[in-house]
Design a protein around this ligand. Sequence first.
Ligand SMILES: NC(=O)c1ccc[n+]([C@@H]2O[C@H](COP(=O)([O-])OP(=O)(O)OC[C@H]3O[C@@H](n4cnc5c(N)ncnc54)[C@H](O)[C@@H]3O)[C@@H](O)[C@H]2O)c1
Ligand SMILES: [Zn+2]
Length: 336
Amino acid sequence: MIKEISSFSVVPVGGEAFVVYDANVAWIAEQIISRGAVGAVAVEATEENKTMETVLLICRSMMEAGVTRGGEVICVGGGITSDLGGFAASIYKRGIPYVNVPTTLLAQVDAGIGGKTGVNLDGYKNMLGVIVEPRVTYICADALRTLPRRELLCGVAELVKTFLIADRASYEEFCRCTSPTSAVKMVLKAAAIKQGIVAEDLYERAPLSSRPSEARGEISRAVLNFGHTFAHGIEHVALERGDDVAHGEAVAMGMILAAKLGDRLRGTALAPRLKADFERIGLPVKCPYTPEELVPAIARDKKAAGEKVRFVLLEDIGKPIFEMLAPAEAVDILSR
Ligand SMILES: NC(=O)c1ccc[n+]([C@@H]2O[C@H](COP(=O)([O-])OP(=O)(O)OC[C@H]3O[C@@H](n4cnc5c(N)ncnc54)[C@H](O)[C@@H]3O)[C@@H](O)[C@H]2O)c1
Ligand SMILES: [Zn+2]
């Protein structure tokens, strides 16, 4: 469930509420903790820290605070914090409920919704985790007041992605949107769309019909991966080379590559349009690597370059479609 709130002072702090918060948003967490939480623990929101060790630390703090099966975890922070806090709650005493108070735009429209929680293992992202939905996700526009612009744009990339796969009218409205009030409305809209897609396929088990938008009741959660097959490749190469590319930036570039691939395969003309829109919004559009450089990263190892992976493409704005292609094949089509 998603609830819009105008102030953090309305987040209910029940009998045994325990707060897991990002140290960078202590100013928000304090407004919640001071209203009667039984305990709280701050986490440092870095990927290196998104580990089982931090989850154990959170669980130990909950034990020390005397949290019972009747307790609840309140996660205050971005995706790292809700991935950690949600996972800790889901395994503590075999699982207690949690709520999210997302403080990044990305978490408001994406990470804080849908119940995927978990941690990295040995440098591999999100290797351990569970899917347990938060009881409520509280969205407060005020949370973004201190968010750096780069982080904000990463959230914009995921917001745009949601509209591109599900809602043409909202995409067009967002591209024209200039006022902060309508921007808030758009955030809630994107959050609701993600929630709706997840409700159809919480465990990502819906059959991958090639036209997910047409097969009612068979919408696969996998449509949310639009732009992400390329994005993961970009992030992988960036990591290897020590380049600083944020996830949302990789997603923006990945969506342009996916649109281009769709254009080549289906004769659409979406990539030039998305490129112009993204440039106006301030999203990066030009992938710093050649498609050839991305192949092993998309395939994860050279031997798998010929094995098919699933790409989410667009038949049109709001109409996602799945296409199984070998990374080498996709790149070949892109370089034609
Ligand atoms: N569970 C999911 O469905 C899902 C979906 C997408 C991403 N994720 C995960 O989410 C993580 C990324 O999350 P994110 O982008 O929301 O951010 P984050 O948690 O990585 O935080 C990014 C940075 O912003 C800071 N920050 C957070 N809120 C702030 C605020 N209001 N003011 C100032 N600084 C603030 C943090 O301290 C951190 O330095 C990744 O680990 C990713 O794997 C999970
Ligand atoms: Zn993403």
